[in-house]
Write a protein of this length. Sequence first.
Length: 135
Amino acid sequence: METEPNIVKRPIGIWVIVCFFSLAYCLAIPAMVYAINNHPEVFENFSTFEIIVSILVMAITLVAIVYLFKMRAISFWLFLGAGIFSLIPLGIRLLTGQEILMPENMGFGGKIFEAVVWGVMVLYMWVLKTKGILK
């Protein structure tokens, strides 16, 4: 049986990113539903705008994951856009002097680590895009 010469196998990095985000969504969505039903006071600290941005970023990231699995270059732009778009509420809080809310047990070090991981992931996708692996 001959193999197709034009088929490019998914690099391990794509598998890692797709599996990580798939697992994260499998955990985050039930946790969010549970929090909405049982602890609505958690959301009192966030504005409607922040909640809408969070939901949009989750939706954009989900679409980006699908496109990344399909090895499409648009996934880079979607991940980059989601990352930048998610910073808007933080920027507003910084400019208006509001408290910066952190998830439980996550200080600024955790947020910096999260930003570095996101940046490395987007840089990795940029390399795949420039090499022509993402088309």
